[in-house]
Design a protein around this ligand. Structure first.
Ligand SMILES: [Fe+2]
Length: 368
């Protein structure tokens, strides 16, 4: 196994601890006096945005932009870019879940780009660095704060994929467990199982290295140790543990990539409008079965990190989090297209067992 991945990219600086979000704007001033905070509705509802804005340093001009919810699209990004450019922003901060962070990240990254977002979504390389991106996750799940990806959907073609470039990496991350306090239980469950799946897939990926393994395995351990407690209303320490696990899973899959669960999750989630973490969570046990032999001794390492057999623990956790397949009993829409989209995916290509059309068909037969 390789020691390192081909490219090592970390967020430049990460601040951790309860209450650290209060320092957001004081830290952002270092990047310039004009900025945008991208957020979801819950940040307004629970008064967190007001508290952040109250601490605006003198002479700073900060505007907020609310993502209306749902999977972020290229159209959302176009609107946000126009808003940020009109404000002549020096930086873009995302305070929210994965969708909010992905939008803010793409906005900052493409702020100075010559082409439209569609060109980069279609694979054109970024030719210039954008403006600083600052990330503060309010869910413990996607790991977006630690990655170079922004997952966006093209509303015209319905293609959901990542704009991926090392220049998209956050300049500053704030991991504040207090931000999980207002996260609904279902979101804790779905995003937690997304993070767990990401950590397991990164650890067992064909592109794994010592470095990605180190982050991913610690991520597995922390998520397994804290997810159930946080779901049932955990302590600040348990929230911090889950947030750290999600962050480490993000670093792990940035370096080691993912597997077939994530390859299948995009085409499936998009067609059925099912939350990403729910698709990942319910698909994971079948992917573990499929990959059991190819995982080799790593299966035992994962079980040791969790403190229980990997497959048994995963099934028990899904039950405890009340996560059942949302596809059971439904008809499979566009089965051939789903299979066609899953096979060449960046994640599927990293799966420990080389994935055949029959494997995807088997996974679908278990889920539906
Ligand atoms: Fe994911």
């Amino acid at each position: 196994m390789n020691l390192f991945p081909n490219t090592i990219v970390f967020p430049a600086r990460t601040l951790t601890g309860a209450g650290v979000i209060a320092r957001l704007l004081a830290e952002c001033v270092g990047f310039g006096r004009r900025g945008i905070i991208v957020h979801g509705h819950s940040l307004v509802k629970h008064g967190v945005l007001a508290r952040i804005l109250q601490a605006t340093p003198a002479g700073c001009q900060v505007k907020s932009w609310e993502h209306t919810g749902g999977e972020p699209t290229l159209k959302d990004l176009d609107c946000l870019l126009t808003f940020a450019r009109e404000h002549r922003a020096d930086w873009v901060a995302g305070v929210g879940g994965g969708s909010v962070l992905d939008l803010a990240k793409a906005c900052a990254g493409l702020y100075l780009a010559a082409e439209t977002p569609l060109k980069y979504h279609q694979g054109a390389p970024l030719e210039t660095r954008g403006i600083p991106f600052i990330a503060a996750p309010t869910t413990a799940g996607t790991g977006s704060e630690a990655t170079i990806n922004s997952v966006l959907t093209d509303p015209d073609t319905r293609v959901k994929k990542s704009i991926r470039d090392p220049m998209l990496i956050a300049r500053l991350v704030l991991l504040d467990p207090d931000l999980l306090a207002h996260c609904p239980k279902s979101v804790i469950a779905h995003s937690g199982m997304d993070a767990f799946t990401q950590a397991v897939e990164a650890y067992t990926s064909r592109h794994a290295s010592w470095m990605s393994d180190t982050f991913a395995l610690k991520g597995v351990e922390l998520i397994a140790a804290n997810l159930e407690a946080v779901y049932r209303e955990g302590t600040i320490e348990q929230c911090q543990g889950l947030l750290a696990g999600s962050y480490l899973a993000g670093l792990g899959f940035s370096m080691g990539r993912l597997g077939v669960v994530h390859g299948l999750a995009h085409p499936l989630g998009f067609r059925y409008h099912v939350p990403h973490g729910l698709v990942c969570g319910v698909c994971l046990p079948y992917a573990i079965e499929l990959n059991r032999d190819a995982m080799g001794v790593k299966y035992e390492s994962l079980s040791r990190a969790i403190g229980a057999d990997l497959l048994t623990w995963t099934l028990r956790m899904l039950e405890c989090l009340q996560m059942a397949s949302p596809f059971k009993g439904k008809a499979i829409i566009e089965k051939a297209t789903i299979i066609k989209e899953t096979l060449p995916a960046w994640s599927t290509q990293a799966n420990p067992k080389p994935i055949t059309p029959q494997d995807v068909e088997w996974l679908l037969s278990r889920l539906f």
